[in-house]
Ligand binder design. Structure first.
Ligand SMILES: Cc1ncc(COP(=O)(O)O)c(C=O)c1O
Length: 412
């Protein structure tokens, strides 16, 4: 459910005519609906019957500081995967005790930053990482809270590039024996404290049975870990819930949480979830203008550098004309200006459009702007937030100076 809809034949975001945003800020331009974000956060929060839980918004899906500040005010924690993301959430005043740091390759400096800020947990993904955190903790005379991210060996379905919990994937610790060995080591350590067990099986997951299996696996493993003597604070089932990109039926957060609560009914630990896409995905669209029409192509001003998902994952996005049409009788392949054959926004898409029309690429809030680049020396687009009748730019369109500001001309 989102707040992008036609009123009087014009596409609105909440109470704002999207054409007004295109006129004021130009295209391509990301537009986010605050009300949609709020609704998604509230759905997650209200779905829990158990009181003890924590929603850690996955910052990698959408990381603009205005968005993070809003999500922070809504009481969520954050799942971060880099020092940059950690600095972003600290910048907006996040409570460190609601920050989880995931990722297979945390650097020395990133670990130090997390330790200095007393975050809730480092979700560790290898034995080597445990030793590195222990060494840094010992050198700073600290006791550091960590959770073990294990690999539950569950195939979550969907695109190869977004599955993370199968045997052979680079994420998490693969065998129960290795997890228990690490848990034993942590138990002996003066500088480490095991606070949780974590996993994340993938993204755009449509089959809730893979979550049921994962919940069963995490419960079993946590019981064995507690036998060592650990007293865990949380079990973290990651993010990954799928969303409708093309009007498809997707499971709701309520259904997901109900399955998890059923499976973990008799455990004492808090439940942590790390949703990204299901909060930010359909809270955002990308506005783009049709520049040219050629053969069966609509050539638009947004490209793979603005929205990489179609080129990277063959991901599908619905595309709407801001002017509502009575009937649609045209089929176009919508492409961007970048010099790559993969720069296709949508193939054989039913839409009526003319040169100069502004289109909305839907469900672009998650893994949209955050994956943008300057490829072909294109400036990154503006980001705008709508709140009821008002809208504000939350990131300006880049300029030529932004493009070259870190470059050094050796002849100058
Ligand atoms: C560890 C971790 N947690 C949470 C997420 C968020 O996933 P999603 O945006 O699909 O909810 C990801 C994304 O891949 C992840 O790697």
């Amino acid at each position: 459910m989102d707040y992008f809809a036609y009123k009087n034949n014009k596409l609105y975001c909440e109470d704002v005519d999207l054409q007004d945003i295109a006129m004021q800020y130009g295209t391509p331009c990301y537009v986010y609906s605050k009300k949609t974000l709020e609704r998604h956060v509230d759905v997650y929060k209200k779905a829990f019957k158990s009181k003890d839980n924590l929603i850690c918004f996955s910052v990698k899906s959408l990381s603009n500081i205005s968005i993070l500040e809003f999500i922070n005010k809504k009481g969520c924690g954050f799942d971060v995967v880099s020092g940059g993301e950690l600095k972003r959430v600290l910048h907006v005043g996040a409570d460190p005790k609601k920050i989880i740091f995931s990722g297979v390759g945390k650097s020395y400096d990133e670990i130090l930053l997390g330790i200095q800020n007393n975050i809730l947990s480092f979700n560790i993904e290898s034995e080597a990482e445990v030793y590195r955190i222990e060494e840094i903790a010992s050198s700073k005379n600290k006791v550091v809270d960590i959770a073990i991210r294990f690999n539950p060996e569950v195939d979550s379905g969907g695109h190869e590039y977004i599955k993370t919990g199968r045997k052979g994937d680079k994420f998490g610790i693969s065998s129960d024996d290795s997890v228990l060995k690490i848990a034993n080591h942590i138990y002996q350590s003066k500088n480490l404290n095991l606070v949780g067990l974590a996993c994340h099986i993938g993204s755009q997951i449509l089959d809730l049975e893979s979550y049921r299996l994962t919940a069963q696996n995490i419960k079993k493993l946590s019981i064995n870990i507690k036998k060592i003597g650990h007293d865990l604070d949380f079990l973290d089932l990651g993010g990954g819930l799928g969303i409708p990109y093309e009007n498809d039926k997707t499971p709701s957060p309520e259904e997901l949480i109900s399955i998890i609560e059923q499976e973990l009914e008799d455990i004492d630990e808090r439940i942590v979830l790390e949703p990204g896409r299901s909060i930010s995905g359909n809270a955002g669209i990308l506005l783009t203008t049709v520049e040219y029409i050629k053969e069966n192509f609509l050539i638009v001003d947004a490209a793979m550098n603005d929205l990489l998902r179609p080129a990277l994952y063959k991901a599908k996005h619905d595309v709407w004309n801001l002017k509502e049409m009575e009937s649609i009788d045209q089929v176009w392949t919508i492409v961007g200006p970048v010099c790559e054959s993969s720069d296709v926004i949508a193939r054989e898409h039913s839409i009526n459009a003319n040169e100069g029309d502004v289109l909305a690429i839907k469900t672009a809030g998650a893994y949209g702007f955050v994956m943008s680049s300057n490829y072909n020396s294109r400036v990154r687009p503006a980001e705008v937030m709508v709140d009821g009748k008002t809208f504000n730019v939350i990131r300006s369109r880049e300029s030529f100076n932004d493009l070259i500001k870190n470059e050094i001309n050796l002849n100058d």
